[in-house]
Structure formats: C-alpha cells, structure tokens
Design a protein around this ligand. Structure first.
Ligand SMILES: *Cc1c(COP(=O)(O)O)cnc(C)c1O
Length: 431
C-alpha cells in the first residue's frame, strides 16, 4: 500500500461530501455555500503568504498586491455596513470576539451577556472566549415567551451592577435585540456595547434586519460565512470615527486586540474572498436577504400547518433566517438524525425551558443555503411536506431521501452571485 491511497481516500470523502450536500436539503442556520469567484481566491498564491500589520505597514515584504486587496476589502466592508471602521483580519467570528474582549475589558472585570441556554454563543461564554479572558459574566434577564432580552429588567441590571462591557451575541436569533435601550443604559455608564452579528451579518448587510451600529452598538463582530455567504472567517466594524483622543484610543485598542492580540497570519486568501463576497453582497445582498427571511417565514407557517410545533406563532414565527421547532422532551437528537437519514441536514437545539444542552427538545432550521440555490416560498411548502413525512408520519427514510434527491435536481445552480470570470470549473454548478 502506498501513502497515496490515503490521499485518494481523503479525496473520495470530499467528493462524496460534495455529492451528499448537492442532493440533500442543507438547513443548518449557520451554513452557506461559497460563490465561484470567492472560491477562486482560495486557490491563489495569497494562501501561502504572510502579511502581519496593516496595508503599507508590514513586517514582511511581498505584500504589494495584497495591500491593495486588503484596502479594497476594508473599503467594501465600510460601504456594506455603512460605517467608518472595518477590520477584515479576524480568522473567525470567535477570533473577532476574543480580540474585542482583549481590547475592551480586563481579566476579573464584569460583562453583561446572554446565557448560553437562551441562545448565546460559546465565544462569549465561560467555557469559551470570555473564560479565556477571565471575565466575570452576568446574565441578562430573558423572556422565554418572546425569545428576547427582558429589556426593562436588563436596563435595571446594567444600572445596578455597573459592568465594564455589554455583550450581545445570539446563535438562536429569531427577532432583533433591543439595542437602542441597552445602548442608552450602557453609554450612561461610559462603557461600550458589542453586537455579535455572527448569524445575521448578511441580513444586516442586505438591510433586512436591525442596523445595530445605527441603533447605538459601538462595535459589531461577525462571521463572514453564515448569512453573509463569504469564506469562513470573521470581521469587525464600528461607526466610531476617532474624532477625539478617547475615540482614537478606542479604535486603536480594537485594532491591537485583533493584531497582535489574536492573529498572526490572517489567511490572506480568505481576506481576498471576503472582499469579493462584500462586492457580491452589495450587488445581490438585499434581494437574497429578503428572500431568505420570506422563505423562513413561509417554512414556519407551512410546518405549523402540517402539524409541527413551531416557536412563536403569535410573533410571526421569525424575523430572521431561522426558525425553532419543538419536537418533544429530549427528542431533538433523534429527530435530527432521522432527518439526516432522509436527506435533510439540521441541528438539534435547546428551546425555552430546556435545561440539558446535550438532550435538547428542539431543532433549529435555517433558510440561507436553500435560498442561495434558488428556492422560493412555494418550495418551502414542499419541504414542510418532507418534514411531515419524516417526523410525523414516520415514512421510510430511504424513500424520502430518494424523493428529496429528485426534488434537488431543479436546484443545482447558485444564485445571488456573479456568474462569470472563473474558468477553473463549471462555475455555477454545485458539484
Ligand atoms: C457562530 C457564532 C460565532 C462564532 O463564529 P465562528 O466564525 O464560527 O468562530 C460567534 N457568535 C455567535 C453568536 C455565533 O452564532
């Protein structure tokens, strides 16, 4: 046996993975597919290079062309989020968040934050980034019924405990957060409000969700590969202008938090792909984000009509790309497994009232990827029917899977991206 067999083994797994996703319904809310022109950047020489520092101020030579790319990425990011400061170096949303924590709060100080049980992300949790930084976490009061921060109680809490930083990050993100009210309370204390837009960055860029920077958030972090359909990575933006010494120092600290704080090589090929993703989002982002939300709302309605318990009926189910479905006590994993066998990729999730994160009672569904492959409201009705067969009627999973494969044949092209320029392979096809 040659070691080349191992190489072939890996290549075969990748090929089968491509085929699996191209013949299934990918509905993980944090996932998306990359456009051909973004993909092209991942194969360039940028991949092998280093560029520590900022454009024009490098520790390494050879950055002439990359400097142009990073400057363009920053310019496009500022346009997309309508703001005056952008950093495209974070290699992940988590990295962006830890960089912000490094910049704005010291070990032992307190931050107000959402609880993991209420849909927060581990990067602001005790076992994740906030723990790495040694921060004392105080939870916002939360209202299960509206799946949101209890804003009056939260403002009271902020006034009482006087934290050093206020964080807002959500992986279950059905409805906008009460940023205006929180920002007022936070700014009265002379501290900063951080909005982690990992999930909803593409909806915000497409102007179909709240605009946190306009509502008063001082800095927004995000992943560049969730609803924003770019390469895996992170970014931060702010509308602080650095007009005063204090404000200048705030921006300097943010930059220093990211480099040298949490990056060295910052994956230059991904930065180039981010720049292209921003340009594509400026062109197509509004239409894509609007359709993504419409699809989520229609899917929720259809599932509800088919007999599934969807969270938030009297709230219109969702205002984002996500919906939350209640399956039954501790039954989330079993349901997501059955769906996977049927060709529907989702994840189990805690729902209001759950206490055991390893045995949650619900599923989180997302529509970004379905939207990118061209699905509209009417297709959500077909998908709800597949869910009914898998979860309520206990149909044979192999039969459902075959039917989904057939259904997917009409959705093999990528939408909301430029369709020329990349000659490397059949650019608009998914496999
Ligand atoms: C996904 C997510 C992150 C982390 O992003 P990565 O890019 O996966 O590191 C951070 N915050 C929230 C709220 C998230 O949902």
């Amino acid at each position: 046996m040659s070691w080349y067999d191992e190489v072939e083994y890996i290549r075969k797994q990748a090929k089968m993975n491509n085929e699996f996703f191209a013949s299934s319904l990918p509905m993980i809310a944090s996932e998306n597919v990359l456009s051909p022109l973004c993909r092209e950047m991942l194969l360039t020489d940028f991949h092998g290079r280093y560029a520590e520092g900022t454009p024009g101020h490098r520790y390494y030579e050879g950055c002439k062309f990359f400097d142009n790319v990073e400057e363009k990425a920053i310019e496009l990011a500022k346009k997309l989020f309508n703001c005056s400061y952008a950093d495209v170096r974070p290699t992940a949303g988590t990295t962006a968040n830890i960089g912000i924590l490094k910049a704005l709060i010291k070990p032992g100080e307190s931050a107000v934050v959402l609880d993991l049980a209420n849909g927060a992300h581990i990067s602001f949790g005790k076992w994740g980034g906030a723990g790495v930084r040694g921060i004392n976490l105080i939870s916002y009061p939360f209202n299960d019924e509206i799946m949101n921060i209890d804003v009056d109680a939260a403002v009271k809490l902020i006034k009482k405990v006087k934290p050093k930083l206020a964080l807002n990050g959500r992986s279950v993100f059905l409805f906008p957060s009460p940023i205006k009210e929180l920002a007022e309370a936070v700014h009265d204390l002379g501290i900063y409000l951080v909005y982690d837009a990992a999930h909803v960055l593409g909806l915000i860029g497409g102007k179909q969700f709240q605009d946190p920077l306009k509502e008063g958030a001082d800095v927004m972090s995000g992943s560049t590969h969730k609803t924003l359909p770019g390469p895996q990575g992170g970014m931060i933006v702010s509308d602080h202008k650095g007009n005063t010494d204090e404000d200048k120092s705030f921006l300097r600290k943010l930059g220093f938090g990211i480099f040298p704080g949490v990056t060295s090589s910052y994956h230059l090929h991904h930065v180039a792909a981010k720049a292209i993703a921003f340009a594509e989002h400026l062109e197509f982002g509004a239409a894509y984000a609007k359709q993504t939300i419409k699809n989520a709302q229609r899917l929720a309605q259809s599932l509800h009509e088919e007999g599934c318990k969807v969270f938030g009926e009297n709230l219109g189910f969702t205002k984002s790309h996500q919906i939350l479905v209640e399956i039954g006590p501790g039954k989330g994993k079993e349901a997501s497994k059955k769906l996977e066998d049927s060709g529907i990729v989702t994840n189990m999730n805690t729902i209001p009232g759950d206490t055991d994160p390893l045995n949650p009672s619900g599923l989180r569904l997302g529509t970004p990827e379905l939207t990118r492959i061209g699905m509209k409201e009417i297709d959500m009705d077909s998908i709800a029917e597949f869910f009914k067969r898998a979860l309520l009627k206990n149909d044979n999973t192999k039969k459902i899977k075959a039917d989904i494969k057939e259904f997917r044949k009409d959705f093999q092209e990528l939408h909301y991206c430029f369709k020329d320029g990349f000659r490397g392979y059949d650019y608009h096809k998914l496999v």
